[in-house]
Design a binder for this molecule. Structure first.
Ligand code: Z5A
Length: 215
């Protein structure tokens, strides 16, 4: 059986990632592919518990190093129990955030060294690299306005400053510029339906380039 493909969706808070996931999954399923939608941090029952630890605001301090370790701990659980088995079974994975988020948030946002992050990436996922990464890009002000208009209480990372999110966005854009074969940058300022269409088109172009019509 052919190995599935690993598609990740990235962007700052409020970029619109979650709003386009279902459309991406549907467009792949229409091509006869078996698709598994998931997210990080989280994606399995146990990894969702790690998500709660790392995101819920609480009385205890979590250092930037510990936050990074928790992201990779959850990732290891998610990969072992969900992503790798599904890929091996021929499913296509569509994952809301992956290690690029650690590079952008913990690396550029928090100042954790890239050597440390890359050594954890090698230890936790070896040579598993997303086949395609969609970066939904919006200016920070727009992303934060959208996210905050939902009225939910901010988690530990959402409570960060505009300057933090500017570093995160700039780093995402530099990752995309450095790996143009993997990244597709989607303009998240467009009306949502246009963003969905652009994301689905990018993914289906990849499917066509692979010559895949069924898993
Ligand atoms: N994190 C990390 O630090 N390190 C890591 O390694 C990983 C993650 C994996 C949780 O991620 C946090 O974990 C995240 C990074 C950190 N913290 N932050 N910030 P998450 O992905 O679960 O949470 P999020 O990024 O905060 O999700 P979000 O705010 O929901 O963003 P989104 O999914 O991109 O946005 P959305 O829910 O699709 O849209 C937000 C609102 O805007 C919603 O009301 C939409 O209807 C609206 N929207 C979206 N697009 C449009 C357009 N185009 N027009 C108009 N309105 C729109």
């Amino acid at each position: 059986m052919k190995r599935g493909r690993f598609i990740t969706v990235e962007g700052i808070e409020g970029a619109g990632k979650s709003s386009i996931m279902a459309a991406i999954v549907e467009s792949l399923e229409h091509r006869g592919l078996t698709v598994c939608a998931t997210r990080e941090p989280g994606g399995t029952a146990l990894a969702e518990r790690v998500r709660a630890i790392v995101l819920e605001p609480g009385a205890e301090t979590i250092s930037s190093t510990t936050e990074t370790l928790l992201m990779f701990a959850g990732r290891g659980i998610h990969l072992d129990n969900r992503v790798r088995p599904a890929l091996a079974a021929g499913s296509w994975i569509v994952c809301d955030r992956f290690t690029d988020a650690t590079r952008a948030y913990q690396g550029a946002g928090r100042g954790v060294s890239s050597d440390f992050i890359e050594s954890l990436a090698r230890a936790v996922h070896g040579d598993l690299v997303p086949d395609v990464t969609l970066l939904v890009d919006v200016p920070v002000g727009l992303g934060l306005t959208r996210a905050r208009s939902r009225g939910n209480a901010a988690d530990r990372i959402e409570a960060e400053t505009v300057a933090f999110f500017e570093r995160v966005r700039a780093h995402y854009l530099s990752l995309a510029a450095n790996e143009p074969r993997r990244f597709r940058v989607i303009d998240g300022m467009q009306p949502l339906e246009q963003v969905r269409l652009a994301a689905c088109r990018a993914v289906l172009d990849y499917v066509d380039a692979q010559g895949n019509t069924a898993s």
